[in-house]
Design a protein around this ligand. Structure first.
Ligand code: FUB
Length: 308
């Protein structure tokens, strides 16, 4: 295994040294970046991979926030949220997403629940703060999403919230081929109405919605595991979604590349993770950013990664 690791990591190290720009976070292993722009600053809410190079499985205990104003220097503001901040949570600080509403910042997280024994125990919670950099506290005191139906996919992971033009907020999540959606009440911490299935071709996990003009774009990890980023478009946040193909091919080794998309200073960016840092791998990932461009027809051009 060690020899295979060295063989696989050799070209990766060469690529990282050759380009230098990506990964943008180098001091630690980070994953599942969720971008948010506030006051002309780009914030990245990320997971934190702490697994040892020779061990299997995710070891994730907290989430960090990074900020940049020039997309060159990134400041680590530390572990602003951790599993311990949710009394009902047990472990596994999986993917998260933060959004702003009425001057408050709601940070949705996937985490395992102390009392849930099905679907690997995952649930979705939310923390709230008055500033992107916190301090954050559990906004509800319990999980928002806890599907406890045995053996029902999806795992309750990978939350992504989108606030539509009319102010209605939607929570998306899902994994293992099933995407879910539910309306949120104005308080952003309680569901409104029934949970719905979202039909997305090739969906695996990591749904993320953004809008440009009149078009909603749903990007997600697709085609199983390892995944590549695929996407669909719609004229409505509630679908139906038209499959548009692959947006980004996965770089070998990281197995996931959990994406987010953001407009910052008149440019669009594809924010994701790979495993480009030395000793990186499936459980030791690193956040990268590349430009996102649109065709004249309003589709997304395949992302040209600057790490390869
Ligand atoms: O980081 C843990 C899990 O791996 C995330 O929840 C998934 O999206 C995948 O990136």
């Amino acid at each position: 295994t060690a020899l295979i690791g060295i063989l696989l990591l050799g070209p990766q190290l060469a690529q990282a040294q050759k380009y230098g720009g990506n990964p943008v976070i180098e001091g630690m292993f980070t994953a599942d970046p969720a971008p948010l722009v506030h006051n002309d600053t780009l914030y990245l809410f990320t997971g934190h991979d702490e697994q040892q190079p020779d061990r299997e499985g995710f070891l994730m205990k907290d989430w960090h926030v990074f900020s940049t104003t020039d997309m060159h220097d990134y400041t680590d503001h530390g572990a602003l949220l951790s599993v311990k901040d949710f009394e009902w949570a047990a472990a596994n600080a999986f993917a998260s997403h933060a959004v702003e509403r009425d001057g408050k910042f709601y940070w949705y997280v996937s985490v395992t629940h102390k009392d849930i024994r099905v679907n690997e125990g995952f649930a979705i919670g939310v923390a709230v703060a008055d500033h992107p950099l916190g301090p954050y506290k559990d906004a509800k005191g319990s999980a928002i999403v806890t599907d406890e139906t045995p053996n029902v996919i999806p795992l309750n992971i990978d939350p992504a919230v989108y606030i539509d033009d009319d102010g209605q907020a939607y929570l998306f999540w899902g994994s293992w081929g099933e995407a879910r959606m539910v309306r949120l009440q104005d308080n952003m911490v309680e569901m409104e109405g029934d949970v719905q299935t979202v039909e997305l071709k090739n969906f695996f996990e990591a749904p993320f919605v953004h809008k440009k003009g009149d078009t909603y774009y749903m990007t997600y990890a697709g085609s199983g595991y390892p995944s590549k980023t695929e996407y669909a478009t719609s004229t409505s946040i509630t679908g139906p979604w038209t499959y548009q193909g692959v947006l980004n091919e996965l770089l070998p080794v990281s197995a996931t590349n959990h994406q987010g998309i953001v407009e910052f200073r008149d440019n669009w960016y594809f924010v994701y993770h790979n495993s480009q840092l030395p000793t990186g791998g499936v459980f030791r990932r690193s956040v990268s950013i590349d430009k996102l461009e649109y065709t004249e027809d309003g589709l997304l051009k395949t992302v040209e990664r600057t790490d390869t």
